[in-house]
Design a protein around this ligand. Sequence first.
Ligand code: HEC
Length: 195
Amino acid sequence: MRALLGCIFLLAFPALNADEPKAQPPAPPQSPPAQPPAPPQSPPAQPPPPAPANTLKPADRVEATPKGQLKNPYTDDNAAIVEAGHKLYMRYGCNGCHGGNGGGGICPPLINDAWVYGGDDDTLFRLVTLGSDVLQSKGYSRIAQENVVAPMPPMGLIVATDDELWRILAFVRSNFHGAPENKFGQPPEAVSPNR
Ligand code: HEC
């Protein structure tokens, strides 16, 4: 009996190996000591601007904040913030529609006097976060005409944090080319009764 089992054992294995080369145990991972030690992960090339105080998703920030109270903590004369905002603007593909500096392209420019729903921080943050359709469902309407009329997609779950969106908007403001008094839009009472 024992001899028979041994025989089956010996016969079975070469057969298995021949038919199913994939069944062979994988070569043990060679850890070549010649490899240099892994560099520390993603060292930031330049020191990033100060740690964000606000780290909610823009969509959650909009939910949590009463209308009219969203305010950019950054100003567009802060070069480091503007540069960081520009990178984020490119990373999130805003440039694909609005052009690399917000001058417009297939979609409205972000740098001229006309602010479609208003140019204040609160409105811009909500528009980019919610997109045109949801913004309109909340009672906003187009109060200025741009060269292109199309919906802005909701970016509030794509842009990682409200801090990032404020940086992006600081960058957008830094490119404003219109009349200074229109940089933040016109006072709501001057534009539309139904806001
Ligand atoms: C698919 C194209 C597209 C992408 C991507 C896009 N937008 Fe827009 N955006 C639009 C359109 C179209 C409008 C005009 C909305 C309307 O008329 O309802 C708009 C409007 C705006 C406005 C208001 C402009 C004004 O004159 O009032 C801002 C600010 C803005 N987008 C910022 C951004 C930012 C920031 C990003 C990236 C996070 C972005 N957009 C990504 C298409 C896009």
